[in-house]
Design a protein around this ligand. Structure first.
Ligand code: ADP
Ligand code: MG
Length: 490
């Protein structure tokens, strides 16, 4: 049996490395604050200790750069204290794209080390500058040694639903439950960058694999498919190449816009598509634009897409952005204040990858500068990321602007008075609070002298009705909203 790459690290070496690294961590803990420790040191895994050389695994290249830049001295110092002057430290970055050889002849992907049959396998380590990179990937591995190249991080469970992705997600879920058995074949998901296409199409594969809906699933980008195709031609292995992809239960090809202009690759893919479709196997594709706008793609291929379902993913709305940030921070074990979440979600509007990037920068800045995570810090990060930033409007600000507009004292709006002009202002402020903030009816009520949520609903409806009936009234409300809009810009 082949050994899955995820077990490739030698257990005895890990056992040696573990206590040494634990002792190092104890010392590091004394030197850095707890937020930094959690962010930068807890995720490190000791991989190996031999001949005074300690190998640590870090989650990403970014992580490595950060450690080198900010903690080089500290870590080196501590390692030397633990292991002596000859100690050497090496990092290994977890990679998502494993470099494994495809063994087309046997329809398998060879997941052993390059020296076939050499067991137990050693990590094939290569050096990039001062950094050694181990090709230890975290994909699902079947016992026959077949690798799907799916990243297990991408699941339906952690894909947040929203209006922007509802249809795509529902179709994906139907396909995952019954690959090849729905009319969504092919399933084509398209949309702008960073909106979750890769996440969603891989979630289908992961679900189908772990629920036994399909066995032979492969995820590949169209670029990689092209490179392999060219390679196969050069090595006279085109038949093996084609047979391999045509033997899949589910074929997932990401970013098919890169097929554009590559006629020979497209031709091969076209035949693969037809064969799979004919036997009722599932094809899943993604693209950064709608098939109609895909230039340089063969019409024969484009017309095939209409056999199945094409669905787009739109940029997420505010609520979805908030939900995503909340989930990501929870997953990282960080308790982000609501106003910080809202501040980021209000400003980063078009791209979920950027939303995640902001969160990482925020944590990095907090840890590096030893600052508390609050709106001020979020604004500092956002200024760099998005430039012109907006701050979410608070209910207090709305009250202030409304009272100012109607020329009534601030505190009256929260008081019990039923004077007509105050009731009027209060209702409008409640209406705008519902429209512009993410606060619940209950919260809004509490800000208005502890009024009940049904009072807020009543106010909301009453303002809506009056706006329809009375143009002057409507103009007032819009004018106030414009003032608040300007306030949101800093
Ligand atoms: P695309 O392939 O469309 O460029 P990705 O699938 O790579 O985008 O998504 C970018 C990042 O945003 C990924 O880390 C992904 O997990 C995350 N992401 C995208 N959509 C969602 C969502 N609906 N819920 C949670 N995370 C998401
Ligand atoms: Mg993608």
């Amino acid at each position: 049996m082949d050994i899955p790459r995820s077990t490739i690290k030698n257990p005895s070496k890990v056992e040696e490395a573990q206590p040494v690294w634990s002792a190092c961590l104890d010392l590091i803990k004394e030197s850095v604050n707890s937020q930094s420790f959690k962010t930068w040191f807890e995720p490190i895994k000791p991989l190996n200790l031999s001949g005074g050389r300690l190998t640590l695994e870090v989650p990403s290249q970014f992580f490595y750069d950060w450690l080198e830049e900010h903690y080089y001295g500290l870590i080196n110092n501590i390692i030397t204290r633990m292991l002596g002057n000859d100690a050497r430290l090496e990092y290994s970055v977890q990679t998502e794209e494993p470099s494994v050889e495809l063994d087309y002849e046997h329809g398998l992907v060879d997941i052993r080390s390059k020296e076939r049959g050499a067991l137990p396998p050693q990590p094939d380590t290569f050096r990039i500058g001062g950094l050694s990179q181990t090709n230890r990937h975290r994909n699902h591995v079947e016992d026959k040694g077949f690798v799907s190249f799916l990243n297990p991080r991408y699941t339906f469970d952690n894909f947040i639903k929203g209006d922007s992705n509802q249809l795509a997600r529902a179709a994906a879920s139907a396909v995952a439950n019954n690959p090849g058995g729905t009319s969504f074949n092919p399933l084509v998901i398209y949309g702008g960058t960073g909106l979750g296409k890769t996440h969603l199409i891989q979630a289908i594969g992961n679900f189908a694999l772990s629920n036994g809906k399909a066995k032979r699933i492969i995820y590949i980008s169209s670029e990689k498919f092209t490179v392999e195709f060219v390679d196969a031609i050069q090595n006279d292995r085109i038949r093996d190449f084609s047979n391999f992809y045509r033997s899949m239960d589910i074929l997932i090809v990401d970013d098919i816009q890169f097929f554009s202009g590559k006629e020979k690759t497209q031709d091969n893919f076209f035949h693969t598509f037809n064969e799979l479709h004919q036997i009722g196997n599932q094809i899943i594709l993604s693209s950064d634009r709608s098939p109609k706008e895909l230039k340089g793609l063969d019409d024969r291929l484009l017309s095939r897409f209409q056999w199945g379902l094409t669905s787009d993913i739109q940029p997420p709305d505010l609520e979805t952005r908030i939900a995503i940030l909340r989930k990501k921070s929870e997953d990282d074990g960080i308790d982000l204040p609501q106003d910080v979440i809202e501040c980021i979600a209000t400003n980063v509007t078009s791209n979920i990858r950027e939303l995640e990037g902001c969160l990482i920068s925020l944590l990095a800045k907090a840890s590096l500068e030893g600052r508390e995570i609050n709106v001020d810090l979020a604004r500092d990060v956002l200024k760099v990321v998005v430039g012109d930033i907006r701050t979410p409007i608070t209910i207090e600000e709305i009250q202030r602007v409304v009272c100012d507009y109607f020329n009534i004292p601030d505190d009256l709006i929260r008081a019990k008075t039923r004077r007509q002009e105050v009731v009027n202002a209060r209702q409008i402020a409640m209406y705008i609070a519902k429209e512009l903030t993410n606060s619940s009816l209950k919260t809004i009520g509490l800000h208005f002298g502890g009024r009940d949520h049904s009072t807020v609903i009543h106010a909301y409806q009453s303002v809506e009705d009056q706006m329809k009936l009375d143009q002057k009234y409507q103009a007032n409300v819009l004018q106030i909203r414009r003032k608040l809009d300007l306030l949101g810009r800093s």
